[in-house]
Design a protein around this ligand. Structure first.
Ligand SMILES: [Zn+2]
Length: 69
């Protein structure tokens, strides 16, 4: 089991993930490029963004990683 999780073409170490958004981003801003994407917040305050598929895969990987499988 790899502890690296791929989101938006980036391999993020599982232990660096602070939280994963449950709902797609919506802020109403006309020039927002993240509309409908899921935010994955990292421990340093940075965020990466993925589609629903990536987010689901990330959640799954994170759970597996936490269980130490
Ligand atoms: Zn936005």
């Amino acid at each position: 089991m790899s502890a690296l999780i791929k989101i938006d073409d980036k391999h993020v170490p599982a232990w660096r993930i602070a939280w994963i958004s449950d709902l797609p981003h919506f802020c109403g801003s006309a020039d927002c490029t993240r509309e409908g994407q899921y935010e994955v917040r990292l421990d340093n305050g940075e965020s990466v963004w993925g589609n629903q598929e990536e987010r689901n895969a990330a959640l799954e990987s994170l759970e597996t990683w936490q269980e130490g499988k």
